[in-house]
Design a protein around this ligand. Structure first.
Ligand SMILES: O=C(O)CCC(=O)C(=O)O
Ligand SMILES: [Fe+2]
Length: 307
């Protein structure tokens, strides 16, 4: 199987034929662990604009970027430096640096303590507008996908609407610098599962992303131009008792001819609101006690060395 064999699901199907959309997502997740989504409504011009701002951000001197690291913040906003995050249980840190954008909440909001205000880099004037707009567009696309997933789970179409409307979702702007020989043994991103509900991944221009499919083989994944890839995270796996298993994935190092090239990518980690109780649905292969989304997140942030 290659990504070219996978039929993209048009997201407009959610509006025109929700049962068909539900069946298409369910089938894609069961067969491959992920879904390719076309017609997602995010303009390519916005994606391009956000990438230009992202490149400008990571081109800043390390000392400038270091000013945007928030000590004790678990990497939830602003900059996380190269060599910090590590896949759970991995001996070496990943070969990446990233910037996190969260949801803007009004001052004094009940979630302000767990969802702190964003910070923005002064040095890149368009960053706030471009990346903020990309956050909103991915948030909207993700909520539409969740309508199909809800119906696939035999729930009402709006099952996820309220739990994610003020969700602690994060847009991650990732930069993998060129890979140096000295770093042999480390990998751009070690095999892991995402913590959140679902992840939306726009296409990266450099190869490297691989997903482990249910048949136990790794597949190279690149979202075709104009589409995005959706994978299940651990919170949805836990909620569904494993009926929707989270998708293991990694980013392998470049082939020698591409080693001098950086890689940029932008996963959107869609989360529940912090106080949502994840109560495992009966009938699946896994059981787990109820836990709030925030308690679960913090447990997992410690495992990946962000706390
Ligand atoms: O860079 C990518 O394509 C994927 C990144 C990823 O899996 C992550 O940051 O959780
Ligand atoms: Fe991931």
């Amino acid at each position: 199987m290659t990504i070219a064999d996978i039929q993209p699901i048009r997201l407009s199907l959610v509006d025109t034929d929700l049962p068909a959309a539900a069946a298409a997502f369910g089938d894609a997740f069961r067969r491959t662990g992920f879904a390719v989504v076309a017609d997602h409504g995010i303009p390519q011009s916005l994606i391009d604009r956000a990438l230009i701002a992202t490149r400008a951000l990571f081109a800043l001197p390390a000392a400038t970027k270091a000013r945007y690291v928030i000590p004790g913040g678990g990497g939830q906003r602003g900059m996380t430096a190269f060599g910090i995050e590590a896949a759970k249980g991995a001996a070496r840190a990943d070969l990446k640096e990233f910037w996190h954008v969260g949801r803007d909440l009004p001052a004094g909001h009940r979630f302000s303590a767990t969802m702190p205000p964003n910070i923005w880099p002064d040095e890149v004037p368009d960053f706030h507008a471009a990346v903020g707009a990309l956050y909103a567009a991915l948030d909207a696309a993700g909520r539409r996908m969740l309508r199909a997933i809800a119906v696939h789970l035999q729930r009402a179409p709006d099952f996820f609407d309220e739990p994610v409307a003020e969700g602690n979702s994060i847009l991650r702007l990732l930069h993998y610098p060129p890979v140096q020989i000295a770093e042999a043994g480390a990998i751009r991103a070690g095999a892991h599962e995402d913590i959140n509900v679902i992840t939306l991944l726009l296409g990266a221009e450099e190869a490297g992303l691989q997903l482990l499919s249910p048949d136990g083989t790794w597949h190279d994944i690149a979202a075709p131009q104009g589409s995005l890839v959706c994978n299940i995270g651990d919170m949805l796996q836990r909620l569904t008792g494993g009926r929707l298993p989270s998708t293991t994935h990694r980013v392998v190092n470049p082939v020698p001819e591409r080693a001098a090239f950086p890689r940029y990518s932008t996963p959107f980690f869609l989360h529940f609101r912090p106080d949502y109780r994840i109560e495992t649905m009966p009938g699946g292969p896994l059981t787990a006690p109820p836990i709030t989304a925030d308690a679960y997140l913090h447990e997992r942030l410690r495992e990946i060395k962000l706390l």
